[in-house]
Ligand binder design. Sequence first.
Ligand SMILES: *[C@@H]1O[C@H](CO)[C@@H](O)[C@H](O)[C@H]1NC(C)=O
Length: 261
Amino acid sequence: MAHQLAAMLVLLLASPAAMRAAAAAGAGACAGEKFPAGRTYAACEDLPSLGAALHWTYDASKSSLSVAFVAAPAGTGGWVAWGLNPTGEGMAGTQALVALKGSSSSAPTVKTYNITGYVPLGGASTPIAFPATDLAADEGSGGKIRLYGKLQLHKGMKSVNQVWQVGSSVTGGAPDKHAFGPANLASKAKLVVVGSKATATSPASEPAPAPMAGGPSPSAGSDSGASSSVAPTAGKNAATAAAVSAPALAVVALVGFLAIV
Ligand SMILES: *[C@@H]1O[C@H](CO)[C@@H](O)[C@H](O)[C@H]1NC(C)=O
């Protein structure tokens, strides 16, 4: 009986949802980013192009999304940008936050732009559809710029297209045109804010340990029926898999195993 329980526990912890949560919380390069004190985010995601990453916390009760976008500009004195596009997938329609380094030695300045198409941007911010507060930027390691902000999303928004970009120069306080290489054109993805582990009900706190954040709750029910008939050896295999891809999970599984045995 103890063995069966242990096997079940291991299976629960190694469930796909828990594994995904562990991967999202700890596996990517973004997890190594060290922000200044007071800036913590519930989740991070290495974005699929331009070496960029997004860190975020979503407060569902306020529909408020706190982000830190990290990317290296295409040249020293360049700019990095990240935004949400509620009306399309590409650049046109993007409600963007742009951090411009320029030639100044001070911290990059942040501006907002309602990007209507491939037209040059001016030196002044334009209003965007998501009220933006707490805008700031600093310089991270490796010449990266870290762009911070908080966006007021529309109520009930669950997933939204995100678009990002980097450029090499700034003229008159405005971002110059970026390159149009494959990586520049591939810089878009979907950001899922509700139902993801990044959903937080309180202000940003330390990232939760992986196994707790993903929560075995919904998958626990569906997995438990099958696991009662699984032999302990199968459970050991699952434990090995967990150990390879998620050491944290394996530790929890081991503690659970010892507690039961
Ligand atoms: C952004 O620009 C589009 C196109 O000109 C316009 O329809 C929209 O109202 C603008 N959004 C904001 C928030 O000003």
